[in-house]
Each structure stands twice: as structure tokens, then as C-alpha cells.
Ligand binder design. Structure first.
Ligand code: ACO
Ligand code: AKG
Length: 404
């Protein structure tokens, strides 16, 4: 694990991430695995439907990037889901393949038929779910889970016990359930699930310690983004010792989505200092594939993938965008397969003009010409309420030269 905030020419993040006062307050596990749920929770984004071929393409690209586990779907949903999982299992990917299952023997049998390595055994434990949706007590949940966890493990599957809506569970329900399963049917790991994305990073840290203390199991964190904290809560869980983070590419998922795969990869590698094997420069290929297949465009200001992340209009410091990007950005654009870009508009400065002249090979200007051109560029930006195209810039340049 690295203890540095800087890697020459690649990134320069806050050194305070690594000061002993901060590091000593964390209990980072030696390694963290990414379990990506795009093919299940990502497809739960209303209106998103992936074909079998789409799922194979997505899983293959994720494997290339270094995702450790792929939750390839829930076979109970449709025969097409089951077929997609079977085909992905046969690809011989490095990633382990998981399915999503209710606490039902038939769902475990389907996981086995699909050739999966592991299974996420989901049961409700949040109090609103138990009380209103299911009319179950924690004992009902325990009775349904016990034999199914044991059956899955006996069949050689890696069993993740996934009591969802964990962050809205009553403490006594979660404690009783954890004790019960540890006595009679210990799984391989346990999920803490912020189904409604409504817990703070501090609460999640507390819960990781609490559930680890009760079970001694590896912790898997699965969060949603309803308060804009999906990634922050997963990072907090890791800081408290969680070993597996669940993600969805492009932050897809129910409602506001799940913790975004690409943001977690950068967070783990750069902000926490894990020496990961992720191919960060391939992330835009996955991002573009997801946007196309899900038909959900990437927001311009989306962390890691947004088109606007490495574009600079504001004049101050513009000369560094291309030549010394870590002055202007926390990461070099090339780290994530991108390029810096200088654009012209209302907020341009003298250096922006010099940069564009050079980029387009338009020759030299006197200081007075440059000042006049900057004025015209700003006026055009204000009038258009947008950026200038290269053609518009060249036209203004010709006006300035012709006026001489
Ligand atoms: C928080 C969540 O929503 S978890 C899962 C979210 N994902 C999905 O819903 C995936 C898409 N869903 C689907 O395609 C369908 O809803 C299916 C195929 C999963 C289920 O379809 P349905 O035939 O409508 O099943 P239905 O919802 O009636 O449930 C069937 C039974 O499973 C039971 N059940 C539901 N969840 C669980 C669970 N986690 N563990 C055990 N049993 C469960 C129900 O109580 C019900 O039991 P009953 O028949 O004794 O009443
Ligand atoms: O809500 C769901 O879709 C099922 C479980 C889950 O992924 C979650 O609780 O976040």
C-alpha cells in the first residue's frame, strides 16, 4: 500500500489523506475487492434492459479493466437472464461470477445451473420492509435464510448473506439475525446494504465495526446515492475495515444509482493508496459502452467520465492545462484515458488566445492584436452564451488582422 499523495506526472491529491493523524484513525483492510452489480442492480434502473450479447460485452470489458467479481444477474427474473449468466460463466473470465438469489432453494439451484462461483442471498431486514412489505419478523428471515445459506455452501458456492435495507434495521433485529446465522449457518461474508442511500459515512463506519464484531465475517458494502454519498459511504466502510465494495458502472442503479465503479477505482487507488491492478485508462471505453447500451448519457460533470472534467475555459492558469496538467487537475487526463482541452469563451484570458493560435497553427499576433482579439472572443461568448468554435475564432482573428 502506498503512503504518498503524488505520483510523478500521474496524480497529485491531498497530502492530508496520508498524514498519520488520518491514517491512524482508519482500519484499512490489506486488500479490497470490487463486486460489480451493473448487470443486476444497474439493470434495475427503470427502463434499462440489456440483451444477452450486451451483458457479455459489458462483463468482458469489466474483466479487462480488472473488476474482481461480476454479479451477472438474477436468474429468477427471466430465462434470458439465466442464459446470459450461463454464457458469461463459460467465458473463462478472471472475475468470479455471482448471481442474485432470494432465500429460496430454487434460486440457489438456478445459480448452480448457470455455473456461478458465488451467490448473493438477499433477505429484507430494514424495519419498514419487514413491518409493511413482508409482515415478517427477524425470526422469519432467519428461518428462510438458514437452510438456504447452508445449502449454497454445501454445493460449493461462495455465499454472501445480504440482509438488505440494513441501515434501516432495528438494532435488535439485526443483532438477533446475525447471532442466529452465525450459530447455525455462517455464510462466507455478510453485506451491509444502504438500500435507500440514507446513512451517513459515520453511521456506516459504526455499522461495519458493529457487524464485524457480531459475526467476525468479511464485510461487503452495498450503497445507493440518494443523498449523493454512495461512494463516500463505501469509502467510509473500507476505512472501517470492509473488504468488498459493490458498484455499478457509470453509477447506474435504482433511483439515483449505486456507488459508481469508476469513482471507487480511483478512490481506492489514489485517495487510499491501494496498489490495485485496475486499468484506469480503459474506464472511458467501459463508460461509453454503458452509456450506449443503457441509453443513459454520461453527465458532463460526472466524476471520472464526464466530458467536462478536463476542459478549461477560465483564463487564469490556462497555460498549464496541456503542459503541466497537475497544476490544474488532481489527475493527469491520460491516467483515465483522456486529454486536456482549452476552449474559448467569455472567461478566456490572454494566454487562452496564445494557446489557441499555437494549437491551430495561426501564426503570431502583436500585443495590441491579441488584446483586441480577446475582447472580441469575450463579446462573442457573452452574445452566444456558449463556447466559440474554431471557425468562429478564426473569423474574429481575420477581423483583427484586416483592421490592421
Ligand atoms: C429490495 C428488492 O426489491 S430485492 C429484489 C429486487 N429485484 C427484483 O425485483 C428483480 C426483478 N423482479 C422480478 O422479475 C420478479 O419480481 C421476480 C421474478 C423476482 C419475482 O416475481 P413474482 O412471481 O412476482 O414473485 P413475488 O414477488 O410474488 O414473490 C414470490 C415469493 O417470494 C417471496 N420472497 C420475496 N423475496 C424473498 C426473499 N428475499 N427471500 C425469500 N423469499 C422471498 C415472497 O414473499 C413470495 O412468497 P409467497 O409466494 O409465499 O407469497
Ligand atoms: O433493492 C434492490 O434492488 C435489492 C437489493 C439491493 O440491491 C439493495 O437493497 O440495494
Amino acid at each position: 500500500m502506498r503512503n504518498t499523495h503524488f505520483e510523478d506526472g500521474k496524480w497529485w491529491v491531498s497530502p492530508y489523506n496520508f498524514v498519520p493523524e488520518v491514517r491512524d484513525s482508519m482500519t484499512l483492510p490489506p486488500q479490497v475487492q470490487i463486486h460489480d452489480a451493473t448487470l443486476r442492480d444497474g439493470e434495475q434502473t427503470p427502463g434499462v434492459v440489456f440483451s444477452i450479447d450486451d451483458k457479455i460485452r459489458i462483463a468482458s470489458k469489466m474483466d479487462e479493466i480488472g473488476v474482481d467479481r461480476i454479479e451477472a444477474g438474477m436468474p429468477a427474473v427471466s430465462p434470458q437472464d439465466a442464459q446470459a449468466i450461463s454464457e458469461i460463466s463459460k467465458l473463462g473470465l478472471k472475475a468470479k461470477i455471482f448471481t442474485f438469489a432470494r432465500a429460496m432453494k430454487q434460486d440457489i439451484d438456478m445459480a448452480l445451473e448457470c455455473g456461478a462461483d458465488g451467490v448473493i442471498i438477499e433477505v429484507p431486514i430494514g424495519y419498514p420492509k419487514l413491518k409493511t412489505q413482508f409482515g415478517w419478523t427477524w425470526e422469519d428471515v432467519f428461518r428462510k435464510s438458514r437452510d438456504v445459506i447452508n445449502y449454497a455452501r454445501e454445493q460449493g458456492l461462495y455465499a454472501v448473506f445480504f440482509p438488505y435495507d440494513t441501515t434501516r434495521a432495528r438494532a435488535e433485529d439485526l443483532e438477533n439475525l446475525c447471532k442466529g446465522i452465525m450459530n447455525e449457518s455462517p455464510p462466507d461474508s455478510i453485506g451491509i446494504v444502504d438500500t435507500m442511500g440514507c446513512a451517513t459515512p459515520e453511521a456506516i463506519k459504526y455499522m461495519v465495526g458493529w457487524v464485524k464484531g457480531m459475526t467476525g465475517l468479511p464485510i461487503e458494502i452495498h450503497t445507493h446515492n440518494d443523498f449523493g454519498m454512495g461512494v463516500a459511504t463505501e469509502m467510509a466502510a473500507v476505512a472501517a475495515g470492509a473488504e468488498v465494495v459493490h458498484s455499478c458502472a457509470n453509477g447506474l442503479g435504482e433511483r439515483t444509482g449505486n456507488a459508481a465503479l469508476e469513482e471507487l477505482m480511483l478512490g481506492l487507488h489514489l485517495l487510499y493508496g491501494y496498489d490495485t491492478h485496475y486499468k484506469l485508462d480503459k474506464l472511458p471505453e467501459l463508460g461509453d459502452l454503458m452509456a450506449e447500451l443503457a441509453n443513459v448519457p454520461i453527465a458532463r460533470n460526472k466524476p471520472v467520465l464526464g466530458r467536462g472534467n478536463f476542459i478549461r475555459e477560465s483564463g487564469i492558469g490556462i497555460q498549464y492545462v496541456m503542459h503541466d496538467p497537475l497544476v490544474m487537475f488532481g489527475t493527469h487526463p491520460a491516467l483515465t484515458g483522456r486529454q486536456g482541452e482549452v476552449v474559448l469563451g467569455k472567461k478566456s484570458g490572454k494566454q487562452s488566445i496564445a494557446y489557441k493560435m499555437d494549437e491551430l497553427g495561426l501564426g503570431e499576433l502583436t500585443d495590441d492584436q491579441s488584446a483586441a482579439l480577446l475582447n472580441l472572443v469575450k463579446q462573442k461568448g457573452i452574445e452566444k452564451r456558449d463556447l466559440l468554435s474554431d471557425a468562429e475564432f478564426t473569423e474574429l482573428l481575420n477581423q483583427v488582422r484586416n483592421a490592421a
